[in-house]
Design a protein around this ligand. Sequence first.
Ligand code: UD1
Length: 365
Amino acid sequence: MKIISVVGARPNFMKIAPIIKAVKKKKNLTNILVHTGQHYDKKMSKLFFDELDIPKPDINMEVGSDTHAQQTAKIMMGFEKILIDHKPDLVLVVGDVNSTMACAITAAKLNIPVGHIEAGLRSFDRTMPEEINRLVTDSISDFLFTTSIDADQNLKKEGVPAKKIFLVGNVMIDTLLANTRQAKNSRIMNRLGLKERDFALVTLHRPSNVDEKNDLKNIIEIFLQLQKHTKVVFPIHPRTHRKMEEFGLLKKTKDFPRLIFTEPLGYLDFLNLMMHCRMVFTDSGGIQEETSVLRIPCLTLRENTERPITVTYGTNVLVGLDKKRILREAERILRGQGKKGREIPLWDGQAARRIADILSELKLK
Ligand code: UD1
């Protein structure tokens, strides 16, 4: 079976890495890796290929950034040509970024079966671009690989037949577990002058948090408060950086040496910081999962999550954008009363192997 697997944006890279390795072990499967080029900066893309030992993409479409419609359309136009040229038996997409949806639609229209890895997650918030990507991708996928039982339930409620759904676990956690030892060797704490459990780690990039001046200003003020109690490390996503500059917030924060800004970090440096920090503040999806497995308290600056298992089993607390609530929860963690979390079923480092086992047994027409 000839597979074309697709990556586009930063969180896709850690998801595809274990799948490529597991598929390679199957004699009856071949894989062509396509990078749409949705993320293109070295620090948002190539660095992850190098660190996670992902082979160079066979094809790079280099679509770059644009509005949602333009980016999606460009990916579809380029990917259609690739599918016509290479005639794969199956297209594999991961996650919920624009590249995921664009490539799934393109394949489905050419009657090529689609496998979606990380299917069934729902925030039930259609103002999030990712929620639209998830709904569309799942509705046209033929094989839906899920990370947790709530995802299976969402899909069944939407009318997806049980035979299309495969509960396999979490490929992002496969990558985490495979890299913790190497991440321990990172020198990032030294470089930033940090001590274990003596700092908070922040990531923010959702349009709903960073695109409006007042919201972003409010968030930055929270961290200005927090740095009185603990150092705060904030690797800035390019989107957030652009907005902070535009709103004059970079200037406002430059006299606070305990609020440490860095460029986007590589996987191993970031994992090292996650393993050794006191708490994480985030609006990312994947980081809610990673902190849960690492048993590091996570405060999610959103009103909802498509990953509720990180709240019920994990270390995640949804705090929205309420300044008082956020600082209260942070103080609780500083007092040593953060959520401890427990093991999440099937997040055991074997998800990609399970997917490859299923793929190698598939009978496609
Ligand atoms: C995208 C995903 C989001 C994911 C995030 C992880 C969608 C709709 N969103 O959001 O789900 O959580 O990636 O990072 O697919 N930019 C650069 N360099 C890059 C890439 C982007 O400077 O390599 C800048 C550009 O100015 C661009 C902006 O960041 O306009 C946003 O990039 P985009 O890919 O549109 O969305 P993200 O916010 O990164």
